[in-house]
Design a protein around this ligand. Structure first.
Ligand code: CU
Length: 138
């Protein structure tokens, strides 16, 4: 897992750019699924158009619930905010920090080499059950 900022020098035609916005007062992303190729460079541009903070965390296949619940449990962690409510678990692959209302963050990473369905969620406690989607790698 890494906090990755966009590096404009590294963009090439092979970069898959995915734009995701948050839906105001709905606790949802406006994109519930997208597809990338194995090993491809992916840039997720998370634009927070909601009135509260959100993040976006990509998990290993089948780990949405585990990571989401670990995020919920961080409500009791006094360093939760500092950690952006991103659990320190091997199931977490990529994560944005918290994105403030009206701000955006670009998360750049290499898509997994292994085909599969990789869930993404907001790990702010209580958000993941509604605020989620799937990155299909194929
Ligand atoms: Cu959220």
């Amino acid at each position: 897992m890494a906090w990755n900022a966009a590096d404009p020098l590294k963009t090439s035609s092979d970069v898959k750019i995915i734009r995701i916005k948050t839906i105001r007062e709905a606790m949802k992303y406006d994109l519930n699924a997208f597809t990338v190729s194995p090993g491809q460079t992916v840039q997720i541009i998370l634009e927070n158009t909601d009135a509260i903070e959100h993040n976006l965390v990509v998990t290993r296949p089948g780990m949405r619930k585990k990571v989401g619940k670990a995020g919920d449990a961080m409500m009791k962690d006094e360093k939760g905010t500092e950690k952006n409510y991103v659990p320190s678990l091997p199931e977490v692959m990529f994560a944005t920090p918290f994105v403030n209302p009206g701000q955006s963050f670009t998360l750049t990473f290499k898509a997994p080499a292994k085909a599969g369905d990789y869930p993404y969620i907001c790990t702010f406690p209580g958000h993941w059950t509604l605020m989620n989607g799937v990155m299909h790698v194929k």
